[in-house]
Design a protein around this ligand. Structure first.
Ligand code: NAD
Length: 442
């Protein structure tokens, strides 16, 4: 290097206190979740008949936007965050899917999550395509003011592709009603008109829907009860184990208990508890509300986290994180049925092990679709400015979930495939039929 050459650090050594030095889409491991999705599509292509000529559509996101999100921190420094919004498919309607704030978010993950939203929305036949967004940030490190500024700048940056008829975000990991309110306000300010329909999962006072909070857990219970009926399993005598006792697991556990099932084991981030006679679910929910975890619940014994997978039960509900059921524990699971409340809780290897062991897996793309179904109701109510009762919402949710499950069950029986493959067949056929009918422009 001569004296005139600037002393620049290699790009991967430039310090960045808020994440990896290189943008995640340049990192070697970036094909992870998207690679899993591509494998799932490949399994379905042989069942698509003449529509298979359009299958390449499923393997390419329609549009992926990467945005820089700069904000001034409370201490006066400027931080830059990496944000994404991916629209995987819009053949059946506007994009729809959540926004995730997490330090591990990558473009590959957002692409995969957007594709799984396309599949989920088509599986329950709501008139949406699939989309997803995220910011690579640990929101726990931000003050409330910093969080609001980051959310608003991100919304403004992706404002060129979202909108009530284009793409409608919703909450996901680490985003909530307040964040949706800030997103709705930012978009509305830029448009010069209040646009409640630009996001769902809003507070009730801003056009949110009754029943949205319980919707995913209610959907988990509804498809679980339908599948139990097919298996000849009596829910009122079933033993249930639940991983994750938050919005999804807590509500699903409550509804199974109300149907007479015994919730024998619950695991969350703080601990794992067991009670042979069945846990008192309302008391446990009250304990979690005040203590933040199931740990320390007096009317149960505490067990080692790993023994959760050995618990003698009929139904297992993973409702926490991705990749929890793996090749290491799938062989130990005693349940006859696994209901995926979480997104992606079962690895592809574990899926094959459960299939070989004749354990029925109700896949995420149908089992946790209750949330987006009531998001659809919220969007419809916002457009008509006429709001439904909670009973109407729950009745419509149950009808849609039962119809969707019946269709998928029929395809699984007819084609002798897993419910996951059957759900992909139903959903991908709907997406590609729409693609074919619309034709290619120009
Ligand atoms: P939540 O934050 O309300 O609850 C998450 C639960 O998981 C908590 O009980 C937490 O303690 C537990 N958990 C966290 N880390 C854990 C660990 N290492 N081991 C065991 N438990 C752990 O979240 P939620 O809304 O219930 O979402 C749970 C899952 O369901 C996520 O995968 C989410 O993407 C998926 N999902 C949620 C919705 C929805 O409407 N909320 C819709 C579709 C899918």
């Amino acid at each position: 290097m001569n004296a005139n050459t600037p002393n620049l650090a290699p790009i991967n050594q430039i310090p960045n206190p808020y994440g990896h030095s290189l943008p995640s889409y340049l990192q070697a491991d970036n094909l992870g979740p998207w690679g899993v999705y591509l494998q799932q599509v490949d399994r379905v292509i042989p069942y698509l008949g003449h529509l298979a000529r359009w299958a390449e559509t499923l393997k390419r996101p329609k549009r992926a936007l990467i945005v820089d999100v700069p904000i001034e921190l409370d201490n006066g420094t400027i931080a830059h965050f990496e944000g994404y919004r991916v629209q995987h498919n819009t053949s059946r309607g506007p994009g729809k899917g959540g926004v995730r704030f997490h330090q591990d978010v990558t473009l590959s993950e957002v692409m995969a999550l957007s594709a799984w939203m396309s599949v989920k929305n088509a599986a329950v036949n709501v008139p949406y395509g699939g989309a997803k967004g995220g910011i690579r940030v640990d929101p726990k490190t931000l003050s409330r003011g910093e969080l609001e500024r980051m959310t608003r700048r991100y919304t403004s940056e992706i404002g060129i592709i979202i909108g009530p008829t284009k793409d409608i975000p919703a909450p996901d990991v680490n985003t909530n009603e307040q964040i949706m309110a800030w997103m709705m306000d930012t978009y509305s300010m830029n448009e010069g008109a209040t646009a409640t329909g630009v996001v769902t999962g809003k507070p009730i006072d801003l056009g949110g829907s009754l029943g949205r909070r319980e919707a995913t857990g209610r959907g988990v219970y509804t498809v679980g009860a339908e599948a139990a009926h097919h298996l000849g399993m009596d829910i009122s005598k079933a033993r249930v184990a639940v991983q994750g006792f938050g919005n999804v697991g807590g509500i699903a556990g409550k509804l199974f208990a109300q149907a007479g099932a015994r919730i024998v084991a619950v695991q969350d981030h703080g601990g794992t508890i067991y009670r042979e006679a069945g846990l008192d679910v309302p008391a446990l929910l009250a304990h979690v509300a005040t203590q933040g975890s199931v740990a320390g619940f007096a009317q149960a014994e505490s067990i080692e986290p790993d023994t959760f997978w050995d618990v003698d039960c009929d139904i297992l509900i993973p409702a926490a994180l991705e990749q929890q059921i793996t090749s290491k524990n799938a062989g130990r699971i005693k349940a006859r049925m696994v209901i995926e409340g979480a997104n992606g809780p079962t690895t592809p290897e574990a899926d094959d092990i459960l299939h070989e062991r004749n354990i029925l897996v109700l896949p995420d793309v149908i089992a946790n679709a209750g949330g987006v179904t009531v998001s659809y109701f919220e969007w419809v109510q916002d457009f008509s400015s006429f709001f439904w009762t909670e009973d109407e919402i729950n009745a419509r949710l149950v009808r849609i979930m039962k119809e969707a499950f019946a269709g998928v069950w029929h395809v699984a029986q007819e084609k002798k495939v897993s419910l996951r493959t059957a759900t992909f067949i139903v959903a991908c056929t709907r997406m590609l039929r729409a693609r074919e009918l619309r034709g290619l422009y120009p």
